[in-house]
Unconditional design. Structure first.
Lengths: 335, 399
């Protein structure tokens, strides 16, 4: 998203509800793997997968891990909204997932290789598609608006937010339930373990018409980088430009929440969401959920802050992510 | 308010029936199916099912030093489209703001399958084979190969992915993210999809026969379809040869079942109605429908009901072109959008290949053989797993 000055409504979208399914704070080993050559951890793992009230428990246990994480976050966001969004045709579901339903895909393929195709597992194939979490949310809650899944590595959730704002602005939906989800897998740990402590989780924002007193998503931008790490001035220009386009100067922002790379940006007080969830493609979704709750409640958990206690109640929080795969994103949530 | 029309100024396609729009249209006119034996890999259980496999090695055309088969398909089609629109000579600076939005269902899964085979059968950990696993890999490969640095996104809405990517690209153009975006979809054949669809018992042993009374399932295919999309202002300013226009896009969710379509077709109907609403058109403006028409019993019946509900007794010419290409999953929506453009250009309706006896439960008969027609507006449907529906309206004339 290289030119984004005119892409979002200045009033933004109200955040009507927030959902957050976080992994356990202490890294743990994964329970099983198909081969002793695969690393089992440590990683931030969601120990108990959430159960939602709208589906029978037995049906939920047949779903994949990412589907269950996404459903849990979605239910929380919907429960937090005083009035159920509707009608169903006016509720869009937009999911961002960097790597999709890895467990179900791996399970289907491992079985296919080991059994030489003799005993296929159709349920795992059905659950393997990247849009399975978005589809399952629409099925569970009955939402029949646009249903989209973005799968662009570490900017998947930001693209989902961008699309939600575009739909709301164009009047093509009244509500948008935006979910970011990624699950941990022995394969990701094996492939990426030398870089960082990986994690998993899901977060959801229910967006709708602006309402007085609620936090608002004012802007989101994400872009691929020509170089994996931009020079500091270009990095600052990107952040400043996004904030100004949203009608805020950097000094108006109370806190900037970053991922694992939390270098100073424009002198804004820093926090990190990476500590709570480890690293995964849609970890910025956790940052957006923390920011929304922080603006609503005026504070974030102390463990998130990197520069000491806040000197004022939060009314404006930016979420910034510089991913080593070569992307940069920024979003702004304010009262 | 109707959305501003988006110019289609370049077409790129790689498929079982050809590597250029001209070759593809030639096969369509000759009513030659691209279905044939699966030779890309061995499949003890499902290898006897005919598929729409791309002949030849797409790597020869992509020019990529490495990449998954899906990466090669996407980049090769993108190069064709980029050349078709007259942008191949653009300098580095002019390419910096051009965007790429692609859909894929499985990306580089073919390599991931080989990784697993080596791991589980030979005890080898060849992590390099996972490099192209992310769904974003084909999108990034296209952007890097052509030096495109603008808006970038990958969508995955199962079999609707290619159409969804085009709709998302239109949103990006409307939002001012870019004035030119390459959009479409790509998927290679893979053991995952071949075995997966076989396990659901909905692959036709003798090839798909969409809307036929005796249809027995789908046939898988592979390929890529890429369209160069521009804002009207940009296309007119540079004097682009516009092939056709995207007049509207509509999407919906069935909210019904993980694989089966809502039987009354109301999900597909909602997507079509939204596309018409966005375009500011009435159903009677549609002259041709390129149906999703996979050849599965449930899909074709639900889509048939949706078309009947939308058009009443005046259903326009309808055909599914799946027996030409196979079901190319994420590429299907883009390839079929290209077929619509070619049909509008040539004023010809493609045949619903494979049709022997129209299903009497479907209240209209598809076009059995290619025919001349006056075509101004075409509609193409893409209906995916999980009830993801997307419809595109393509018009011959601009605003």
């Amino acid at each position: 998203m290289s030119r984004t000055a005119n892409d979002q409504p200045p009033e933004g979208a109200a955040i009507l509800g927030v959902g957050l399914v976080l992994p356990d704070p202490t890294p743990a080993l994964l329970p099983s793997a198909a081969s002793p050559l695969l690393a089992l951890g440590p990683a931030h793992v969601c120990g108990d997968l959430p159960l939602v009230s709208v589906l029978p428990a037995r049906a939920q246990r047949r779903l994949g891990r990412a589907q269950r994480l996404a459903l849990g976050a979605a239910q929380q966001a919907l429960d937090a909204c005083p009035q159920p969004p509707g009608p169903p045709e006016e509720v869009a579901v937009i999911v961002g997932t960097g790597l999709g339903c890895l467990g179900e895909t791996a399970g289907f393929l491992e079985n296919m290789v080991q059994q030489d195709e003799r005993e296929p597992m159709p349920a795992r194939f059905i659950n393997s598609v990247h849009n399975a979490p978005a589809a399952q949310i629409s099925i569970a809650f009955g939402f029949r608006g646009e249903n989209l899944t973005f799968t662009h590595e570490s900017i998947s959730f930001e693209l989902a937010l961008w699309q939600a704002l575009a739909l709301l602005r164009a009047g093509r939906t009244r509500y948008a339930l935006v979910v970011g989800v990624d699950e941990i897998s022995p394969y990701t740990i094996t492939a990426l373990r030398e870089r960082t402590t990986l994690g998993e989780g899901a977060a959801a924002l229910l967006l709708g018409p602006a309402r007085e007193g609620l936090p608002r998503l004012l802007a989101v931008r994400a872009r691929p980088l020509a170089e994996r790490r931009p020079d500091p001035s270009a990095e600052a220009d990107f952040v400043r430009g996004a904030l100004l386009a949203a009608g805020r100067a950097p000094e108006d922002v109370d806190l900037i929440l970053c991922g694992s790379s939390a270098d100073g940006v424009l002198g804004i007080q820093r926090g990190t969401f990476g500590r709570l969830c480890g690293e995964f493609c849609t970890a910025p979704a956790v940052g957006f959920a923390l920011a929304a709750r922080g603006v609503r409640e005026g504070r974030v958990p102390d463990g998130v802050l990197l520069d000491g206690a806040l000197d004022r109640p939060l009314s404006s929080v930016a979420v910034y992510h510089l991913h080593e795969a070569g992307y940069q994103s920024i979003g702004l949530i304010a009262r | 308010m109707p959305r501003q029309r988006v110019a289609i100024s370049g077409l790129g396609i790689l498929s079982a029936i050809g590597w250029t729009p001209e070759a593809v249209w030639g096969a369509i006119e000759r009513e030659e199916s691209g279905l044939g034996p699966l030779t890309l890999f061995e499949s003890p259980r499902c290898g006897h099912m005919p598929v729409g496999q791309v002949k030849g090695d797409p790597a020869e055309l992509s020019g990529l030093p490495s990449g998954s088969r899906t990466d090669h398909l996407a980049v090769a089609a993108a190069r064709i489209a980029f050349a078709d629109t007259g942008m191949a000579s653009l300098g580095e600076a002019a390419r910096r703001d051009i965007g790429v939005v692609l859909g894929t269902t499985t990306g580089g899964i073919l390599d991931s399958e080989e990784f697993l085979r080596r791991l589980l059968r030979e005890g080898r950990l060849d992590l390099g084979l996972l490099r192209h696993h992310p769904a974003a890999s084909p999108t990034n490969a296209v952007a890097r190969a052509l030096g495109l640095g603008g808006f970038r996104a990958t969508v995955s809405t199962a079999c609707a992915s290619g159409a969804t990517a085009i709709a998302t690209a239109c949103d990006a153009l409307a939002a001012g993210e870019a004035d030119t975006v390459l959009a479409g979809g790509a998927d290679s054949l893979s053991r995952l999809t071949v075995n997966g669809f076989c396990s659901l018992l909905n692959v036709a042993p003798d090839g798909c026969r969409p809307f036929d009374a005796d249809r027995a399932g789908l046939s898988l295919g592979e390929g890529a379809g890429i369209l160069v999309l521009e804002t009207e202002e940009h296309a007119r300013a540079r004097g682009a040869a516009v092939r056709a226009w995207i007049a509207g896009c509509g999407a919906s969710a069935d909210a019904y079942h993980a694989t089966a379509p809502r039987p009354d077709g109301s999900g597909a109907l909602a997507a079509m109605r939204r596309a018409l609403h966005v375009a500011g058109l009435q159903p009677d403006a549609v002259d041709y429908v390129n149906a999703h028409g996979t050849g599965t019993v449930d899909n074709d019946l639900a889509e048939g009901r949706a078309l009947a509900a939308l058009f009443g007794e005046r259903v326009p010419a309808v055909s599914s072109t799946k027996r030409f290409f196979g079901h190319t999953l994420a590429a299907a929506g883009a390839i079929e959008a290209i077929v619509c453009v070619l049909a509008l250009q040539r004023q010809r309706v493609p045949a619903n290949l494979g049709l022997r006896r129209p299903d009497p439960a479907i209240p209209f008969a598809p076009v059995a053989h290619a025919q001349e027609a006056e075509l101004k507006v075409a509609l193409t449907n893409s209906l995916g797993f999980g009830g993801n529906n997307c419809s595109l309206l393509i018009a011959r004339e601009g605003p």
